[in-house]
Design a protein around this ligand. Structure first.
Ligand code: KG4
Ligand code: ZN
Length: 376
């Protein structure tokens, strides 16, 4: 019998709803982005994000059900992101999911956003990206705007965190690097685009290897980029125009024309990506991984994907495991990953109580839903 789950994701500035069958097959995946709302501020403004969630949530849920051709009564459960994320944004999704589940007399399932990102590697989109479940044990690099974690998923499905960032997340490093280069928001795609015309070996930027550790650090490379662009900066003399932000740090910097933006973007991108790729490949070899996975928004980065494939081939020699990443629509925040992992939890009887709270801090590996369960 098919299990049909509606997933809801509102942890940050995307309002998303999706319908997934049997924890694997994506029937609809609707995402309303607030990028334009936050662009003027150079980053996400939590209060604006929460208010944007309130207006978008019901239309997005309705669209997800309509696109899947599913009526509310056909659903087996409602799954929702419980954290980590922005408190105000999370509360909108949790409350909407509770109201729906309560009204329909269906179970509510709460999901860890980070575990859901990892789970995106298990999802198939019919006719677009049909995949088999990854072989276990797997090593997964989870790289998003708020988190950078290296995990091993054991054969029995237990997830263990091998290492994490000691300061900035990889996506955060891209966002801050893009701001330093005046490339705008969100930074990851902007850096990737600017880097396409640049030479990644042009500017020497530091890599934080941290010995044999599986942890990461990106504050050094960010500071080095800041120092490198400083001589090209045009000092702000004239008062800002009427449409400019009143906060100087929110106004895009201006640079002299001779700044090699493409080379700087490419060198910065490679400095971040190389450490991620080498450490992930090394951990995969040590753990005897049968697949190597990337998850989270930064998994959209083409250079990260390419470098990881290269590094895995180098450390494993001839017999290297496949390197996989979710379809682009499932890398950045989405609700299909929430509905998918929600099905796994539902099948294990992990149904939430009506007093379920939102958890702005919700580390992976804490003894909570979605962090320890096996993948199907
Ligand atoms: O997973 P996600 O959508 O949201 C969080 O849970 O944080 O990740 C968003 C992050 C942002 O920092 C964004 O700059 C980064 O993913 N990102 C990228 C790319 N696309 C999105 N970073 C590098 N290259 C990309 N192509
Ligand atoms: Zn995310």
């Amino acid at each position: 019998m098919t299990i049909t789950i509606l997933g809801i994701e509102t942890s940050c500035d995307e309002t998303a709803a999706a319908v997934v069958a049997d924890g694997r097959v994506v029937h609809s995946n609707v995402i309303a982005s607030q990028i334009e709302l936050h662009r003027a501020h150079g980053g996400v403004v939590p209060e604006l994000a929460a208010r944007g969630q309130v207006t978008a949530i019901i239309p997005v849920v309705n669209a997800a059900l309509a696109r899947a051709g599913v009526c509310r009564e056909d659903l087996d459960a409602i799954a929702v992101t419980q954290g980590p994320g922005l408190a105000g944004s999370l509360l909108v999704g949790v409350n909407a999911a509770k109201a729906l589940a309560f009204g329909l007399r269906k179970p509510l399932v709460t999901v860890n956003h980070l575990a859901a990102h990892v789970y995106a590697n298990w999802l198939s989109i019919p006719g677009v990206a049909e995949v088999e479940p990854p072989a276990l044990p797997a090593v997964c690099l989870l790289v998003s705007g708020g988190h950078t974690e290296l995990l091993v998923l054991e054969e029995d499905g237990i997830q263990r965190v091998l290492g994490r960032t000691l300061d900035d997340a990889a996506g955060e490093a891209f966002d801050k690097g893009a701001r330093l280069l005046g490339l705008g928001y969100p930074g990851g795609p902007a850096i990737q685009k600017a880097a396409a015309g640049g030479n990644p070996a042009a500017v020497a930027l530091p890599r934080a290897w941290l010995g044999e550790s599986d942890d990461f650090s990106f504050s050094g490379v960010k500071t080095a980029l800041l120092r490198t662009v400083e001589p090209y900066r045009v000092p702000e003399t004239a008062p800002p125009g009427p449409s400019a932000s009143p906060f100087p740090e929110h106004r895009p910097p201006r640079f002299h024309d001779d700044m090699p933006t493409g080379d700087l973007a490419a060198s910065f991108e490679m400095a971040v990506v190389e450490v991620l790729a080498v450490k992930t490949a090394r951990a995969a070899c040590r753990c005897g991984a049968r697949s190597v996975l990337i998850a989270g928004g930064v998994a959209a980065n083409l250079i990260l994907r390419r470098r990881l494939v290269e590094e895995v081939a180098v450390v494993f020699g001839g017999d290297s495991p496949p390197v996989r990443w979710p379809h682009l629509s499932l890398c950045t925040d989405n609700a299909a990953m929430v509905a998918g992992l929600g099905a796994v939890l539902y099948n294990h009887g992990e149904v939430a109580a009506w007093d379920a709270d939102a958890f702005p801090r919700f580390p992976l590996g804490s003894a909570q839903l979605g962090s320890r369960r096996s993948m199907p």
